[in-house]
Structure formats: structure tokens, C-alpha cells
Design a protein around this ligand. Structure first.
Ligand code: NAD
Length: 336
């Protein structure tokens, strides 16, 4: 992979909630111009593109036509494989949102394309860039709590209401919270303990928000560490967004939580939705800065596709465990 010192021309495919985070983060990154935003709903692309003086279109081809260097894939996961592989074939560096895909077959398709190219392909596991999550990882790496043994990561909220056409509420399009939400936890915890997940057992409950909208998983890692992951879209809307995390090692523990600091949305008269987030979008700014810096210096990917595939595989195995009632041996599981 070779680097570049020219300003990077960025294009964003999808103009929904996460695309706004990417666009704002690109504007904070040094030496990057957002030149194009595309969405099948043209008006959404126009609105987001106008916020940064970019050109709006309706598909990836319209973005590529503007001579981009890097592409953010910010569409629902069912289209990640198609868009990422096509962007790679067009010579783009790609930041693809999580989860990598809805099936292992599609996830591995992205991985093969990334491995065959000389481009940077990063998966949007933003938890690694949230300041508290990053600080905890740094403390673990510095040996401050000894050998990691037990971890807890819990993210509970109500059913997200913003998704285009309501795709998040349909399990076949989002995987529900054990995939869409817990994939962040599975990625983060494997990264912290520095060891792959080898066994998972999950249970889930239905709620008015939909089937399996409250899930709890236990994970064993190859190094013997364990974690428990809780993911919910079943909590009452008024409760907000709550995150609790704890990492315990042989010589100490680290814990932190957010209770409703990220819990608001502003519903605008024109139909748009914006996060009310008093802490700002620091994770996305750091994530995009890491991506564009990797492109500039010629790699490696800060969050390689293989890590995104591993987290997605763990999440898909959690869903399989929910269906069968049995634990899944991740060392042999072939997945959907
Ligand atoms: N990292 C995070 O914290 C985080 C948070 C939210 C969402 N996400 C992920 O980001 C992705 C998008 O989620 P979202 O919440 O922004 O969804 P969204 O529904 O708000 O936006 C998705 C947009 O993509 C558009 N779209 C769909 N297919 C398209 C295509 N082929 N070409 C162009 N546009 C297309 C839709 O019209 C919609 O406007 C998902 O993978 C989701 O899991 C990540």
C-alpha cells in the first residue's frame, strides 16, 4: 500500500443517521474534502450534501464519478457487501459501517475483496474510539489490571426510531440488537482481551419492540477470559440510552457507565432526526481521523475486515444459540 499527501476526496453512500456522523467527522479531519453524498432518497442526500457544499446523488456510481479517493458505506448492512466490493473494484479506500454484513458469506466476500486489494478497508467499530473505551484498553495494555479475566458490556435502549422505512425493526434486515448493537460489544471485548471468542451461549426475550429484542450472551475467549454482553431495544423510551462496562483482571478492575447522556433525539419539522448528544461525536471524529491517516500513510487498516468479520460471526452465533438453546463452539461453527 502506498500513501498520499494530496487532500483526500471523500464520498458517503447513505445519508441517514450514521452518514451525518461520518460527514461531520470528515470535516474535522485534516486534509479531507467531502465531495459527494448519495442516497436512494435524493432529498436526504441533498440535505446532507448541502451542509458541506458537496454534490448529491442517488447511488455509488454518482459518487465515484466525482473522482473520490475514499468512500464511507453508511447504508443498512444488507447492501454493505455489494457497495464495498464495488468501491474496492473502483480503487477506493473504504470505511464500511458495522455490522460487516448479515451473513458470514457476505462478510467473507468483503474480506476476500479487501485482502485482494491494496486499499485500506476499515470497519466502523466506533467503540474502540470512544474516549472511555480507548482509555480502558490503554490501561489494560499497560498492565494496570493484570491479566483480563472477566468483562461486562451492556447497552440498553428503546427500539431506535430513525431508520429509513423502519429496517432496524425488521430482524431479517438488522439482526435485532444481538447483531446490530452487540456487535460493538463483541468487537470491543475481543480487542481488549486480545484473544478470539471461542464459545458463546445466548438467550433472548421478545418484547413489544419485536422478537429477541432483549438478549444476554456469555462469551469464552481462547485465553480463558469470559464476558457477558447485554443488548436491548426492549427498554422504555423514557429510560434513554444506557451503557455499563467493566473489565476485571488479576490485579484490578476498570468500570464506567453512561446513563442517558446520549439519550435524546431532535425530531425536526422537515422529517429529519438529529442526535442530542452533549458529549459530542468524539468517537466518530477519532475513527475517521484514524481511517484517513491510514490512507495517507498507506495502511494498515486501523480496524481490519477480519476483526469486523469475527465480531459479526460472534453475533450471528449468538442468534443461532438463541434459536437452538445450545451454546456455539466458535472454533468450528460454519455459520449462515
Ligand atoms: N457505529 C455506530 O455507532 C452506528 C450507529 C448507527 C448505525 N450504524 C450502522 O450504520 C449503517 C446505517 O445505519 P443508519 O442508522 O444510518 O440507517 P438509516 O436508515 O438512518 O440510513 C441509511 C440510509 O441508506 C440509504 N440507502 C439504503 N440503501 C442504499 C443504497 N444502496 N445506496 C444509497 N443509499 C442507500 C437509505 O435510504 C437511508 O437513508 C448500518 O450498518 C448501521 O448498523 C452504526
Amino acid at each position: 500500500m502506498s500513501g498520499t499527501s494530496e487532500p483526500l476526496r471523500a464520498g458517503v453512500v447513505g445519508a441517514g443517521l450514521i452518514a451525518g456522523c461520518h460527514v461531520r467527522a470528515y470535516t474535522k479531519a485534516a486534509g479531507v474534502d467531502v465531495v459527494a453524498v448519495a442516497d436512494t432518497h435524493r432529498s436526504k442526500a441533498e440535505q446532507l450534501a448541502a451542509s458541506v457544499g458537496a454534490t448529491a446523488g442517488t447511488d455509488l456510481d454518482a459518487v465515484l464519478a466525482l473522482g473520490t479517493d475514499v468512500i464511507s458505506v453508511c447504508t443498512p448492512p444488507s447492501s454493505h457487501a455489494e457497495l464495498t466490493v464495488r468501491a474496492l473494484e473502483a480503487g477506493q479506500h473504504v470505511l464500511c459501517e458495522k455490522p460487516v454484513a448479515l451473513s458470514l458469506r457476505d462478510a467473507e466476500r468483503i474480506q476476500r475483496a479487501a485482502e485482494a486489494s491494496d486499499r485500506v478497508v476499515m470497519i466502523g467499530h466506533v467503540s474502540r474510539y470512544e474516549p472511555d473505551h480507548r482509555a480502558a484498553k490503554d490501561l489494560v495494555e499497560a498492565g494496570q489490571i493484570g491479566d483480563v479475566a472477566m468483562m461486562t458490556h451492556s447497552v440498553t435502549t428503546s427500539l431506535p426510531g430513525w431508520s429509513e422505512g423502519g429496517w432496524l425493526a425488521r430482524p431479517e434486515e438488522s439482526g435485532g440488537p444481538l447483531l446490530d448493537l452487540a456487535v460493538h460489544s463483541f468487537d470491543y471485548l475481543a480487542w481488549v482481551t486480545g484473544s478470539p471468542a471461542v464459545r458463546i451461549h445466548a438467550v433472548a426475550a421478545d418484547s413489544p419492540a419485536g422478537p429477541a429484542t432483549y438478549g444476554v450472551a456469555t462469551v469464552r475467549y481462547a485465553n480463558g477470559a469470559m464476558s457477558q454482553v447485554e443488548a436491548s431495544w426492549a427498554h422504555p423510551a423514557g429510560r434513554g440510552f444506557k451503557l455499563m462496562a467493566e473489565i476485571t483482571g488479576s490485579a484490578g478492575r476498570i468500570s464506567w457507565d453512561y446513563d442517558s447522556i446520549n439519550g435524546g433525539a431532535i425530531y425536526l419539522a422537515d422529517g429529519g432526526v438529529a442526535w442530542l448528544d452533549p458529549l459530542g461525536e468524539r468517537g466518530y471524529a477519532s475513527e475517521i481521523a484514524a481511517f484517513t491517516e491510514a490512507v495517507r500513510v498507506g495502511g494498515p487498516s486501523p480496524v481490519p475486515v477480519s476483526d469486523g468479520v469475527a465480531a459479526t460471526r460472534t453475533a450471528l452465533a449468538a442468534l443461532h444459540s438463541v434459536r437452538t438453546g445450545e451454546p456455539v463452539d466458535l472454533t468450528t461453527w460454519e455459520g449462515p
